[in-house]
Ligand binder design. Structure first.
Ligand code: FES
Length: 194
């Protein structure tokens, strides 16, 4: 009987240890990320069944611009998902050209990272609209160019990954960044500061 109690205490201590470690992993270096709390059931149907609170790390929902303030082909800069290194992004209204992930009445408002996925070349000022083409590039380092109508896929140059696209939501006139497709240059995880 005593042995059983000892095991229970040991399991409880182990459980606490795991929760602490998990919390450490969730929080370390991720101060700007959104954290929500959910209830989870552990060991259902067993004598150790219990409900615990778990903290889930997610992308922040960040107000980045007003739709009514955007002018065709004039990018507006912001940082996402936090203000750490290599988080420079832009949102742009691409003159009524419907685009993957686009929001607004014409699905022509999109947002992307400014950092080239090859070696992090800064692409501020390289947005171009030529006829129905909408690109970011050429990268000043090795000339990579990305198609912003098609989720930022590589068109030419040294890079081999799409430029990360910021997922957007429109609520009234407010444009929110809510997530990201693709890994930001210089990050092991987008939600961790480099
Ligand atoms: S860093 Fe952009 S193409 Fe090399």
């Amino acid at each position: 009987m005593n042995d059983v109690k000892k095991e229970d205490k040991s399991a409880a201590a182990h459980g606490k240890c795991m929760v602490s470690r998990r919390q450490f992993l969730l929080y370390s270096g991720a101060s700007a990320a959104a954290v929500s709390t959910v209830s989870i059931s552990l060991f259902p149907g067993t004598s150790e069944a219990k409900t615990m609170k778990a903290k889930v790390l997610g992308y922040p929902r960040k107000l980045i611009a007003k739709l009514s303030d955007l002018k065709d082909h004039q990018p507006v800069n912001f940082n996402y998902p936090n203000d750490g290194p290599n988080t420079s992004c832009m949102v742009v209204k691409m003159g009524n050209v419907k685009s993957g992930g686009g929001i607004g009445a014409k699905s022509d408002v999109v947002a992307f990272s400014y950092l080239c996925t090859h070696q992090g070349g800064p692409m501020q000022g390289t947005y171009k609209a030529v006829e129905d083409q909408r690109v970011l590039g050429q990268c000043p380092l090795h000339l990579s160019t990305y198609d912003l109508r098609r989720h930022g896929i590589i068109v030419s140059g040294q890079a081999y990954q799409s430029i990360p696209q910021v997922l957007l939501e429109l609520e009234g006139d407010n444009i929110y960044a809510v997530g990201m497709m693709g890994l930001l240059f210089g990050h092991r995880e987008n939600l961790m500061e480099s």
